[in-house]
Design a protein around this ligand. Structure first.
Ligand SMILES: C[S@@+](CC[C@H](N)C(=O)[O-])C[C@H]1O[C@@H](n2cnc3c(N)ncnc32)[C@H](O)[C@@H]1O
Length: 302
């Protein structure tokens, strides 16, 4: 998807998300607006929508996307006035809607990164290039960068990140953690090339190194804490018949969503829309490789 802002991000499981929005949805909260692909699709498809609250924590992406939405809806004032952007975390959805005395008919979390995060090498997310190890989505308010983690966490803390978020065993995680400490005792770890050198010394190839980069991104942005927060609070603000849709790209995230939804569905208040996660059709994966690990799970408020 190419826009006048030169943005490229293809929304994953687009049709599957759109078809699970309730027919007469009025209130939608999109917790991960990204480049607004799902948002514009939902706004176009469901004329009953009264308010579309779009959240994205990344200020760079938020600015570009609000401009994209303004441009796209410039000739459709009815659509434009329904959209309300919030440059903050999806963990604020429940409080925001409660303050507005609204309940949501559809809440979407499309977790993970935007292609733009990788394309803009200066953000430090990508294994390509040699940039400052930042990796923050929330560059305005999050004081924790990947650089800080690598230079201040102790061996056990580093090892735990690699075991928990990269699924490396204790031995390998410990070895990487010790190599990080050895490196930083001589010279601070500041750039992606420093990290790549450490991972290479630790015997990691390209794919395994990408998984370590991803684990550091998860820690930097408190991604699992945010997900737990959303799973506790968002079900409380769903309207009767409302749907909570979550797309994950990481097996740990998917496991967390799967068991949280299962537990909620054991009560009288919720049901699972599908027993198994919905995954992209192979034609989507052919068109968009980034979609290959996506899993969509849906919870309905009864
Ligand atoms: C995969 S993209 C979403 C793509 C979007 N559905 C679309 O159609 O373009 C994920 C987005 O979530 C944002 N994000 C990550 N953590 C967040 C959080 N805690 N709160 C709000 N947005 C977050 C990222 O900045 C990124 O833009």
């Amino acid at each position: 998807m190419q826009t006048e802002n030169n943005i490229t991000h293809v929304p994953v499981l687009y049709n599957e998300v759109l078809e699970h929005c309730p027919e007469h949805a009025k209130i939608i909260a999109d917790g991960t607006l990204g480049y607004g692909g799902h948002a514009l699709g939902l706004l176009e498809k469901y004329p009953t929508i009264e308010h579309y609250y779009g959240f994205d924590i990344d200020p760079h992406i938020f600015v570009k996307t609000t401009k994209k939405i303004q441009d796209t809806t410039a000739t459709k004032p009815d659509l434009a006035k329904k959209f309300e952007g919030h440059n903050t975390s999806y963990t604020k959805i429940a409080d925001t809607l409660t303050e507005k005395q609204k309940q949501a008919d559809f809440v979407l979390l499309d977790l993970g990164v935007n292609m733009e995060h990788f394309k803009d090498l200066s953000r430090g997310f990508s294994i390509q290039g040699n940039e400052q190890l930042d990796m923050r989505f929330d560059t305005n308010n999050n004081p924790l960068t990947a650089e800080k983690i690598l230079n201040s966490y102790n061996e056990q803390q580093l090892s735990t990140i690699f075991q928990t978020y990269a699924d490396f065993n204790e031995k390998k995680s410990g070895e990487i953690a010790r190599n990080i400490i050895k490196h930083r005792n001589k010279k601070a770890i500041t750039h992606t090339q420093d990290l790549k050198d450490i991972l290479s010394v630790s015997g990691l190839g390209f794919k395994a190194s990408i998984i370590i980069f991803q684990a550091l991104r998860i820690e930097t942005n408190h991604e699992m804490d945010n997900l737990h927060h959303a799973l506790t609070n968002i079900p409380k603000i769903l309207a009767k018949g409302g749907i909570f849709a979550i797309i994950t790209f990481h097996s740990i995230e998917d496991r967390i969503v799967k068991y949280a939804f299962k537990d909620l569905a054991k009560t009288e208040d919720f049901e699972l829309l599908h027993k198994k996660a919905i995954q992209p059709h192979y034609t989507e994966i052919q068109r968009n490789r980034a979609s290959r690990s996506a899993k969509l799970r849906l919870l309905k408020k009864l």
